[in-house]
Design a protein. Structure first.
Length: 183
């Protein structure tokens, strides 16, 4: 069995913080009626804590464990047709990258560094960027993670200048093609 034939009909959104995964995820959910699963939100609900608290009290590595556990849980589900929105660091672990690919059609949302900085500096709910050198941190993390996003994604989408409904239209067309034409 090749990879595409085995791929469930989920759309998985990956990409750096501030690239619009949650907004595009909501748009896709509204358009398709697929259930929206936001891994960060599921972790917060399961743990009864905000992500900032999890990082502060248990550390980043514990948070990464929760991400892997949630991906494993979703992989076990027999019903598909979900929009799965992920946190920007989910691609750090090789096992997560493999799980993401198996979960469905993986879409990598990208945005220019200055837009990421502008969007993420509006609030303080991203523990990795709560630092005086946030701009440098974004630059370093992006350089580190880009190869992992590239390796994991079936589709790369440059979001600059496009509205979420335009992005959703493009993603939907590509996903339909992908699911209808297994390689
Ligand atoms: C993180 C991204 C966040 C959240 C956590 C860590 C990261 O999600 O999972 O703060 O390592 O890039 P968003 O990408 O939705 O902001």
């Amino acid at each position: 069995m090749n990879e595409t034939e085995a791929t469930p009909k989920n759309i998985v959104l990956i990409g750096f913080m501030g690239c619009g995964k949650s907004t595009v995820g909501r748009e896709l959910h509204q358009r398709l009626g697929y259930r929206l699963m936001d891994i960060d939100q599921i972790i917060e609900e399961t743990m009864g804590k905000r992500i900032t608290e999890i990082f502060r009290e248990q550390g980043e590595s514990a948070f990464r464990d929760f991400e892997t556990i949630q991906l494993q849980e979703i992989s076990k589900q027999t019903d598909t047709r979900h929009i799965i929105s992920t946190g920007g660091g989910i691609v750090i672990r090789p096992e997560n990258r493999a799980l993401l690919r198996k979960l469905g059609y993986v879409v990598w949302l990208r945005a220019p560094e200055n837009i990421i900085y502008e969007r993420t500096s509006r609030n303080r709910d991203r523990p990795l960027l709560n630092a005086p050198n946030a701009r440098e941190k974004i630059s370093d993390l992006l350089a580190e993670r880009e190869p992992w996003y590239r390796e994991t994604a079936h589709l790369r989408v440059d979001t600059a200048g496009l509205e979420s409904h335009e992005l959703a239209t493009g993603i939907l067309e590509s996903a339909r093609y992908f699911f209808a034409h297994p390689a």
